[in-house]
Design a protein around this ligand. Structure first.
Ligand code: GRF
Length: 220
């Protein structure tokens, strides 16, 4: 069966792009990356794409509408059927979001709707939450909003700083994004209002408790 063609948009490191490249290296994975677009020519993620032999395009148009028009044309030309934002740090114009409605997804390192926008891990630490995580969602015009496809929960440790928490969440992101793209590619997702229904996959039973129920003996 033909694999779903995915366009990935990045601005920097590209570790989520690499996770998608790794997933797609398995011929049984139902999606492949047709094009990587970066708005920054120096984005290290472009090297990941180059190593994997994936078509790359740098679009640095300063104007938001011009950027969107170029990106849209490049994606159409590549045959992309889904666009995945992976650390893409530019605000997309509403016309682009509308053109790709329900075929445009993003990953964000918090359990949305908590902590949208910049520095979500810092926001989570400041709020004192015991569990954070990451979210893959369909994109709507408001930043980090839109129907949620999948989430991964990650415990916050008492000695976390922003970097340690970000690293733990990132490891979960690398599992979650390929899963979410797979669910899309398999045609399992149905958007009903603001909710995504997923066919043929159940929720896991376990709850993540933080702190753990395994307590050290008191006064020891
Ligand atoms: C990730 O934490 C992603 O959730 C956020 O930006 C970061 C990008 O990291 N949107 P990378 O470029 O994929 O390594």
């Amino acid at each position: 069966m033909a694999r779903l063609k995915v366009g990935v948009m990045i601005s920097g490191r590209g570790s989520n792009l690499q996770a998608l490249i790794d997933a797609a290296a398995d011929p049984a994975y139902p999606a492949e990356i047709a094009l990587v677009i970066s708005n920054r020519p120096e984005a290290p993620g472009l090297d990941h794409a180059a190593r994997a032999g994936i078509a790359r395009r740098v679009i640095a148009a300063p104007d938001r509408a011009a950027f969107a028009a170029e990106a849209n044309a490049a994606l159409r030309q590549s045959g992309a059927q889904l666009v995945a934002l992976a650390g893409f740090m530019r605000i997309l114009d509403d016309a682009f979001v509308a053109a790709w409605r329900d075929r445009l997804v993003n990953i964000h390192p918090s359990l949305l709707p908590a902590f949208p926008g910049l520095y979500p891990q810092r926001q989570a630490l400041a709020a004192g939450v015991k569990v954070s995580g990451c979210t893959v969602h369909f994109v709507r015009p408001a930043v980090d909003s839109g129907p949620i496809i999948a989430q991964a929960a990650v415990p916050v440790s008492p000695d976390d700083d922003e970097e340690r928490l970000a690293g733990r969440i990132l490891a979960a992101e690398h599992r979650l994004y390929p899963l979410a793209v797979r669910l899309f590619a398999e045609g399992r997702l149905a958007i009903v209002g603001n909710t995504v229904h997923i066919a043929g996959v159940g929720a896991p039973e376990a709850a993540l408790l933080n702190p753990s129920e395994v307590l050290a003996s008191a006064g020891g």
